[in-house]
Design a protein around this ligand. Structure first.
Ligand SMILES: [Zn+2]
Ligand SMILES: [Zn+2]
Length: 165
């Protein structure tokens, strides 16, 4: 049986499927990846030529970030999804339905690594539920994020009874 990996953007307008094994998982510290992800670095996993990437819902919008590379994102919610270069395509690890199974094994672009990138594991930690001041906010929270699995229709048909706006 072929191994299948699924994922998509935050709003659910874009969904993808990779048939076959994933390639090398990495984080890239280069300044372009920091910008493109709005993050400290970009977590990316390559799609080997022997595996098949299918967009099962929607289509990407692209920004050409250099003469060699483009970056694909969701035009509706802004989620960064791809890094595309002549040597292949890589997907943003956080957009997979189960990113916990895709541990990075190499760091790229370390000359641009932010000075605090290596010490983040040592900063104080909090569990969301421990923040009592945020309890009323959390109790009334309604997520519009697409769930971590494929859906027949999206967005779901909302009934008046569940509307919270
Ligand atoms: Zn989206
Ligand atoms: Zn980079």
């Amino acid at each position: 049986m072929t191994e299948i990996h699924t994922g998509g953007c935050q709003c659910g307008a874009l969904r993808f499927k990779v048939e076959g094994p994933l390639g090398e998982a990495s984080i890239c510290h280069c300044r372009m990846c920091q910008k493109a992800f709005g993050g400290f670095y970009a977590p990316l996993v390559s799609v080997p030529e022997t595996s098949r990437l299918v967009w099962t819902r929607g289509s990407l919008k692209h920004f050409q970030s250099s003469n060699h590379a483009t970056r694909g994102f969701c035009a509706d919610c802004g989620t960064p999804l791809t890094y595309e270069a002549p040597d292949g395509i890589a997907l943003a690890i956080g957009t997979f339905d189960d990113p916990s199974q895709i541990p990075p094994s190499i760091q790229f672009g370390v000359e641009a690594k932010l000075p605090y990138a290596d010490s983040m594991a040592q900063i104080p930690e909090r569990v969301t539920e421990d923040d009592m001041e945020a309890a009323p906010f959390l109790a009334s929270l309604v997520s519009f994020q697409h769930p971590d699995h494929d859906t027949e229709t999206w967005p779901p048909v909302r009934t008046g009874a569940n509307d919270n706006e």
